[in-house]
Design a protein around this ligand. Structure first.
Ligand code: 5GP
Ligand code: MN
Length: 341
């Protein structure tokens, strides 16, 4: 196992060696893939196919409609829809890439299939505390997004390879993971990559419209409900919001409708920690998202209290208790952390 905190020479040299012969590649994003997971896996797929490899993306499950225009997304195999085809692809793969996650638990039911596979696994990821399943890894928590990492990778393997498909995919993931280029991990290098991607054919204005101006009426109704459900923990710069399954059903909820809602908490003056709890009756869980501004680590918080993780300022977790119990656990947890606020 070779680890690297950035894209070092070893990583590139070893990867080049592996790509000298034609490979049958499986590329995996995490469960409930977001813009960065889909953008990075699709860009890598386009690049590998350009270079005469076979490449297929296997997603553990579905993704939101606002991403269903990304070039090449129609070819993605979904394990929840097509388990047989997925199994065959994994069994015949000669190389596996895992993108935008660093623990196999993040791919849900696919985990045992990937664990069983004996082929080399290559991790490209920007989350904290990588696990040790990969034979080769490019892991860098300072990176804005996995898409910026795939940009760096393609740039160093073949800087002429960027076409409009790759550019649109990478632009999308960098944009979504940086909150449209505003989070602290956005660097001059991020903006240089973005400039190059626009030159290479990324339709920047169109991408913003497709992602941010494509809400359904029901999504905005849900936003109304969640904003009126928002509560502040008395005396602390913390808010939380909830959505029950009944509330979701009343607005004809579709996957992705609640994306970004947690950020509204941080738009309140003085609030530095926002949490959203969304009931999922079919999986018997409450899915939680956490966002913070500044020094408070929601990654640590999610790991300590809600079996989750993520980044310093953006993380997620899960509760198997009822909504009422989950709220009580959340309130108790933040009260244990008051010295941090
Ligand atoms: P979101 O709140 O947008 O779902 O996720 C925020 C960040 O936390 C993302 O980087 C995502 O990969 C990570 N994340 C979300 N849920 C979980 C979880 O249950 N476990 C872990 N380890 N990370 C999560
Ligand atoms: Mn990401």
């Amino acid at each position: 196992m070779v680890s690297s905190s950035s894209m070092d020479k070893h990583f590139i040299t070893e990867l080049k060696k592996k790509l000298e012969t034609t490979q049958k590649v499986v590329i995996l994003p995490h469960k409930n893939p977001d813009g960065d997971a889909l953008g990075s896996t699709l860009a890598l797929m386009h690049f590998l196919i350009q270079n005469k490899h076979e490449a297929v993306i296997i997603s553990p499950n579905d993704y939101p409609n606002f991403l269903n225009w990304l070039p090449g997304q129609e070819k993605i195999l979904k394990y929840n829809k097509d388990p047989k085809a997925v199994r065959l692809k994994i069994e015949s793969a000669s190389l596996i890439f895992t993108l935008d996650f660093n623990h196999l638990s993040r791919i849900g039911d696919l985990e045992p299939l990937i664990q069983k596979s004996k082929v080399d696994k290559i991790m490209i990821d920007h989350h904290q505390s990588p696990d040790s399943y990969a034979t080769l890894m490019y892991s860098d928590v300072t990176m804005s997004s996995t898409c910026e990492m795939v940009y760096n990778l393609i740039e160093s393997l073949d800087s002429k390879a960027f076409n409009s498909e790759i550019a649109n995919c990478l632009y999308t993931g960098i944009m979504t993971d940086t909150g449209s280029f505003r989070y602290p991990a956005t660097t001059p290098a991020t903006h240089k990559a973005i400039a190059h991607l626009i030159e290479a054919g990324a339709s920047n204005t169109e991408i913003h419209q497709k992602i941010y101006d494509s809400s359904s009426f029901s999504r905005l109704k849900l936003l109304g409900i969640i904003l009126s459900n928002m509560k502040q923990i008395p005396g602390l710069p913390i808010v939380y919001m909830t959505l029950s399954q009944d509330e979701l059903n009343s607005c004809d909820y579709k996957k992705g409708d609640t994306e970004g809602f947690v950020n509204y908490g941080l738009s309140l003056e003085g609030i530095i920690f926002s949490c959203i709890m969304i009931e999922n009756e079919s999986e018997s869980i409450i899915k939680m998202s956490f966002r913070s501004q500044g020094g408070f680590s929601v990654n640590d918080f999610a790991r300590s209290y809600f079996s989750g993780g993520g980044h310093h300022n953006a993380a997620g977790g899960v509760s198997t208790d009822s909504m009422a119990t989950t709220i009580a656990r959340f309130e108790k947890a933040v009260l244990e952390q008051t010295d941090k606020f």
